[in-house]
Each structure stands twice: as structure tokens, then as C-alpha cells.
Write a protein that binds this ligand. Structure first.
Ligand SMILES: Nc1ncnc2c1ncn2[C@@H]1O[C@H](COP(=O)(O)OP(=O)(O)O)[C@@H](O)[C@H]1O
Ligand SMILES: [Mg+2]
Length: 379
């Protein structure tokens, strides 16, 4: 897998990034630079001023993260001194003491019927339909496995669920039993050739679970989208007409932060980030957070990182436990309580074209994904 490290010190081995923190260039994946810089150019100069991350990940995750461009990233100390109201609401559990006053005010606002920040109350069930992008610019970290299996668990719970496969590798499509080569149209045609999304959606063997499949054509989309009108909003516009037919729409993102992922982030209201329980899996997380903030500032004010799911957990390694603690320490209750274990059955299921819930319904993997899904349902 391309994300597997060869050097022993993650801080030093990172590819140096450009000074501009607005760059959505992935640090470990080949992203077409034209695409990345085009997106960057689309952001106006004022907007590209770095948006303060909801959680200052850079300081303590530093050993795991790339050398941070400190000139561009707001000082976490400053952010605790003078937090914006929205930041207060979104900050981690460590800040709860400081939040209480703001929370009280928000509860009062709620009684007045005035606008209330979304996360004022913990784990409020969100209104349906929900659109969740599953993103992490690294490859092989469990995006597709999580998208497929959480979607299947949601369907099992009775929610009509649409999985949008936005990765040209089409692993989610094949993992749910579709053969993209036999399909006339895919998400590529929907996004770039105005084909109606509804006509491309395929049912699966799982009741309530539908797929808007990908195809290899999508590999060229990063480039083809560059001159296109509304290029960052193509996916949002494309699925607008079908969204009301579903309770949940999950988008499996490609392993990059290029225009396809930007489209997913513009179409979603939530981002679910799978994190592998391995040291290097945390690299690039700061970059992902900054990109989510950029999209939020420029394209989609609704967007937030709602869930972090720890995957491929191996209890035999001390490191896995350390990574879990570190991630929880920083992201607080956005990290799902349940972790997904590393199991062979989870890796075998896609070759049978099935999610784990039907492939081996009583397995540890199925049980873990069911538990995580209940946490997602709860908000
Ligand atoms: N919990 C797990 N246990 C064992 N293997 C896993 C687990 N999650 C994912 N895998 C395997 O790891 C590989 C990468 O996972 P995948 O979901 O395709 O990552 P991504 O979509 O981020 O590239 C796949 O071969 C998948 O079957
Ligand atoms: Mg994938």
C-alpha cells in the first residue's frame, strides 16, 4: 500500500509542502497539481486566509503530522484565548469547562426559537437525509471498507441508503457486487455529461442499499473538471434530484484531495474520517482538516467533521492503543467509541461482492461496524 512508510521518523520524511496553507495538495498521494492549484485559485484571497481549525490538532499530533506550516496555522493558544462562538461549540471535550457559558446561552437561544449552533447539545440526532463524505487522502486506510459496511449497516437498520462511489478504482461498486464494466453509465457521466443520477443508481443484494457506481472513466475527471462550469459543485447538483429518496447518502472519496474530493465535501454536510490505528496513519490529518475548513469557508458552510472512526485496530500492538488515546485526546467525542478491529473476514468480503453484514453476519467485523453505525445514527 502506498501509505506504508519506509522511513522511521515521520516528521522528517514528509515531502515538504508549499508554504500556502490553502493548498489542497495531498502530501502522500499523487494529486494532479493543476487540479489542486485550480481549486486554490478558486478561493479568493480573503477567503484563503486560513480558517481556524475547530481543534488545534497540530500541536500535540505534531509527532505524527507533517512539519506544520506554522506561519499559516493559527496559534492554538490564541484560539483558546478568544474563541469564535462556533469554534467553542465545536471544540473538543477538553474545552467543555470553557464551553458551559456559551452552551447556556445557546440553550436560552433555543427557547427563544432563535438560531442555535448545531452541536450545542451532545449527539443530537441530525435530520434526514444526511450526506456523509468518507474522506482521508491516504490510500488503503479503510475508506471504502467503512463506506460499504456502514452503508450496509444503515440499510440493515431500515434506512434507505445510497452509496456514491467517487473513486475511479470503483472498489465500493465491485465490493457490493457490481461490475462497472457492464454498466452503461456511472457517476462520471452524471458529473460530466449531465446524465440523470437516478438512471445510474443500481440496487444491491442488500435491501435498502443502492449504489451510484464509479467507473474507470472517472480517473480523467480530475482534469476534465478543471475547465467545467461549477466544477466544485457538480456532484452536489447531480445528486440533488435524488437525495430526497434516501435517508443516508455516503460518498466514498478517492485517495486524494483533488477536485473529486472537493466535490464530495461540497455535496456533504458531514465528513467521516477513518483513521488506521498505525503511527503513520495520522500523517496528513492536519492537511485534511485544513481542506475541510477551506471548503467550509468557500463552498459549503454546513460542512463539519462529524465522526472519526478508528479502523484496523490490533489489540496486540501497544502502538495501536497509543494512537487511539492520542486521537481521542484531540478529537474528543467526535471519535467513535467503538473501534473496528483488523480482521481477515473484513478484507475477504469485497471479493465476494458483499458487505460484512451478509458475508459473515456474526463476525467481529460485522458487530463492530454495526456498533459504529449506531453511533453515526445517533449524531
Ligand atoms: N478492519 C480491517 N481489517 C482487515 N483488513 C481491512 C480492514 N479494513 C480495510 N481492510 C483492507 O485494507 C485494504 C484497504 O482498505 P480500503 O477500505 O480499500 O481503503 P481505502 O478505501 O482507504 O483505500 C483493503 O484490502 C481492505 O480489505
Ligand atoms: Mg477506497
Amino acid at each position: 500500500m502506498e501509505n506504508e512508510p519506509s522511513a522511521s521518523t515521520p516528521v522528517d520524511q514528509e515531502t515538504p509542502r508549499e508554504v500556502d496553507s490553502g493548498s489542497p495538495v495531498a502530501s502522500s498521494e499523487p494529486t494532479p497539481s493543476a487540479t489542486a492549484s485550480e481549486f486554490e485559485a478558486a478561493s479568493n484571497a480573503a477567503a484563503i486566509t486560513p480558517v481556524e481549525p475547530a481543534v488545534p490538532v497540530e500541536d500535540s499530533l505534531e509527532p505524527f503530522l507533517e512539519a506544520s506550516d506554522t506561519a499559516e496555522v493559527p496559534d492554538p493558544a490564541e484560539s483558546t484565548d478568544a474563541p469564535e462562538a462556533a469554534d467553542v461549540v465545536e471544540s473538543s471535550t477538553e474545552d467543555h469547562a470553557q464551553q458551559s457559558a456559551a452552551d447556556t446561552a445557546e440553550v436560552a437561544d433555543e427557547a427563544d426559537g432563535t438560531e442555535v449552533a448545531e452541536e450545542a447539545e451532545p449527539r443530537v440526532r441530525r435530520p434526514l437525509p444526511r450526506v456523509i463524505a468518507v474522506a482521508n487522502q491516504k490510500g488503503g486506510v479503510g475508506k471504502t471498507t467503512s463506506t460499504v459496511n456502514i452503508s450496509a449497516c444503515l440499510a440493515e437498520q431500515g434506512f434507505r441508503t445510497l452509496l456514491v462511489d467517487l473513486d475511479p478504482q470503483a472498489n465500493a461498486s465491485t465490493g457490493l457486487g457490481l461490475d462497472p464494466r457492464t454498466l452503461e453509465h456511472s457517476i462520471y457521466h452524471v458529473m460530466l455529461h449531465d446524465v440523470d443520477a437516478d438512471s445510474c443508481i443500481e440496487p444491491t443484494e442488500v435491501k435498502n442499499l443502492f449504489v451510484l457506481p464509479s467507473s474507470l472513466d472517472l480517473a480523467g475527471a480530475e482534469i476534465e473538471l478543471v475547465p467545467a462550469m461549477s466544477r466544485e459543485h457538480r456532484l452536489r447538483l447531480a445528486i440533488e434530484s435524488v437525495i430526497d429518496d434516501y435517508d443516508y447518502v455516503l460518498i466514498d472519496c478517492p485517495p486524494s484531495l483533488g477536485l473529486l474530493t472537493v466535490n464530495a465535501l461540497a455535496a456533504a454536510t458531514e465528513v467521516l474520517v477513518p483513521i488506521q490505528c498505525e503511527y503513520y496513519a495520522l500523517e496528513g490529518l492536519g492537511q485534511l482538516m485544513r481542506n475541510v475548513e477551506l471548503v467550509k469557508a468557500n463552498l459549503n458552510r454546513e460542512l463539519e467533521i462529524s465522526h472519526i472512526v478508528l479502523v484496523m485496530f490490533d489489540p496486540r500492538t501497544k502502538l495501536a492503543g497509543q494512537v487511539v488515546d492520542e486521537v481521542r485526546g484531540h478529537f474528543g467525542d467526535r471519535v467513535c467509541e467503538n473501534v473496528i478491529p483488523r480482521t481477515v473476514r473484513l478484507s475477504e468480503a469485497p471479493s465476494f461482492g458483499q458487505p460484512i453484514t451478509t458475508f459473515d453476519s456474526d463476525s467481529r467485523g460485522a458487530s463492530a461496524y454495526r456498533s459504529v453505525t449506531l453511533e453515526v445514527i445517533d449524531g
